[in-house]
Design a protein around this ligand. Structure first.
Ligand code: CP3
Length: 348
């Protein structure tokens, strides 16, 4: 048995009040993060310095009393560990040396991944030791398509046309890249669990740009393989999948058999088509969190009320925006915790 509300929800319990955390809960909207960030040479150095990563992970948990900490790191540490040259540029985001799957696969080396990412696992172990037993530690990785999209495109893009054309032109080469990322991701998630992560989440941030056949082949199937691989070694660690922008195909991600599914802002929480015993997570609009006040209270209460009677984790439908006043996050957590009482529900 576990006393972590997050784990109980992911194992299928209806938990009242629901556990709550926020995607991108650590970051530049927090003054204490901005102060800490100055101590690192650059963003990757920040991610690979356990002392800094541990502190950044704990900051939002200390401030807001959340039910989970998400390890401070990035989905692009995996291509970095595979040997892709990259930098995070101020105001521009990540810039990577673009990979051509028809030419460059031999140059990517997954064998030393866990060695290169050892500081990430060290940070996870230290966070775990610092957390109260009822607070879950979430490890994470990007899903293969989303990571491949950055590797092929070399930067953030609106439509990822370079990457989508590559999968159409040479699916055989694309299989090679996706399979490599599946193996690397199983290793990376397993190492985080071994270091102390209670739960792991796969971010499929760019499910939105895939056509239905591509979404099946390059997103859902690889995610299924990752879940099988991680579960074979770690049957007790729940896995959450967040396929942002999957539309009506969100229901097909159930075939990968995750323990929980993150729902984006555009999808009605009560019309996903996902099984009633599968834990849902989400999906408050980050814009409402920036606004705060009565709009935030009404939207949060309505969201929690809609999810009564099923396993559920309160969260946003996308990451916390840079312009979010920290006090609004505190108010959000408070509204979630009191939602049952206010709707005349005793809870428990
Ligand atoms: O609090 C947390 O959620 C934990 C840490 C975390 C970060 N990135 C830290 C970060 C997590 C879970 C991520 C995931 C991530 N990274 C995703 C998936 C979620 C999503 O947003 O769709 C993606 C696509 C990335 C890639 C990435 N990293 C981009 C595009 C950028 C630049 C844009 C931006 O938001 O600044 C980053 C940088 C990044 N990752 C920052 C943080 C706090 C900001 C960099 C800084 O502080 O200088």
């Amino acid at each position: 048995m576990t006393n972590q509300p997050l784990l109980r929800a992911l194992r299928g319990d209806t938990v009242l009040p629901p556990p709550v955390w926020l995607m991108r809960q650590a970051g530049r909207y927090l003054p204490e993060y901005r102060a800490l960030r100055k101590k690192a040479r650059n963003f990757l150095h920040f991610c690979y310095t356990p002392e800094l990563a541990v502190e950044a992970t704990l900051q939002p948990v200390k401030r807001f009393g959340l039910d989970a900490a998400i390890l401070f790191s990035d989905i692009l540490t995996v291509p970095d560990a595979l040997g892709v040259e990259m930098a995070f540029k101020e105001g521009e985001g990540p810039v990577l040396q673009p990979v051509d799957p028809e030419r460059d696969l031999d140059r990517l080396d997954a064998s030393a991944l866990c060695e290169k990412l050892a500081p990430v696992y060290q940070a996870a172990a230290e966070v775990k030791r610092a957390l109260a037993p009822e607070t879950a530690l979430i490890g994470f990785a990007g899903a293969p398509w989303t990571v491949a999209a950055y590797m092929l495109e070399g930067r953030t893009s609106r439509d990822y046309l370079v990457a989508r054309r590559a999968m159409a032109r040479s699916p055989d080469a694309f299989v090679g890249l996706i399979d490599l990322l599946v193996r690397a991701t199983v290793d990376h998630l397993s190492a985080q669990i071994e270091a102390g992560a209670d739960v792991v989440q796969l971010f499929e941030s760019w499910s939105s740009v895939l056509n239905p056949a591509a979404r099946r082949r390059w997103s859902i199937d690889p995610i299924e393989k990752i879940i099988q691989g991680v579960r074979a070694a770690h049957p007790d660690a729940p896995i959450i999948v967040f396929p942002r922008g999957a539309g009506v195909q969100i229901v097909d991600y159930a075939e990968a058999e995750p323990d929980g599914v993150g729902i984006d802002t555009a999808t009605p929480l009560d019309r996903t088509g996902l099984p009633n015993d599968m834990c849902l997570q989400g999906n408050l609009d980050p814009a409402i969190l920036i606004e705060g006040g009565e709009a935030l209270k009404a939207a949060t209460l309505a969201m929690v009320a809609r999810m009564r009677g099923r396993p559920y984790i309160a969260n946003l439908g996308h990451g916390v925006d840079l312009n979010t006043p920290p006090d609004h996050v505190a108010a959000f957590v408070d509204h979630v915790r009191h939602a049952g009482e206010l709707s005349g529900d005793i809870g428990g």
